[in-house]
Design a protein around this ligand. Structure first.
Ligand code: OFO
Length: 167
């Protein structure tokens, strides 16, 4: 297989695994908030990133290339809120997209048609990944406003109770 692409795909394989561990750390932070639905969602996100890494690994192995697993950075374990987790995730996915597009540029320069074909899947996947997080961010913001609205309605019902001098 093309050596330049083998090296670049190996970098991406390790970045996909790094992504998986970022989401695994997020999932465990969310456990502390008792938001079970988000815990489930981030567990699936972790599994998806491992599947992304596996798809690249299968590709390299099928072409007789060599997969090399390296160390990756420790993920961030502490966040301030679910919104911070989601905004960090969206920023991360934008970085993944940038890297996938760079890989596509390299594959096109090298006229490596199998890699170009494979990368189309990742280009489409990144559209979905960024959209998922953008929508979740908007939903969390909406729900927060709704919560404030419900609380506001509750406060509207407060009435003045004069002090009874007899008591
Ligand atoms: Fe979340 O993205 Fe992988 O590729």
């Amino acid at each position: 297989m093309n050596k330049k692409l083998e090296k670049a795909i190996n970098t991406q394989i390790n970045f996909e695994i790094e992504s998986a561990f970022i989401y695994l750390a997020m999932k465990n932070y969310i456990e502390t908030l008792s938001l079970d639905g988000f815990v489930n969602w981030f567990d699936i996100q972790f599994q998806e990133e491992m599947a992304h890494a596996q798809k690249f690994m299968d590709f390299v192995n099928n072409l007789g290339g060599r997969v090399e697993i390296t160390n990756w950075e420790s993920p961030k374990n502490e966040y301030k809120s679910i919104l911070e987790v989601l905004e960090t995730s969206l920023g991360h996915e934008k970085e993944v997209t940038r890297r996938i597009h760079n890989l596509m540029n390299l594959a096109e320069e090298e006229k490596d048609y199998p890699t170009i074909s494979l990368l189309h899947w990742y280009v489409d996947e990144q559209v979905k990944e960024e959209d998922n997080f953008s929508r979740l961010i908007e939903k969390v913001k909406l729900v927060k406003d709704a919560g404030l609205y419900i609380l506001d309605k509750e406060l509207e019902s407060r009435t003045f109770v004069p002090i009874n001098p007899e008591k």
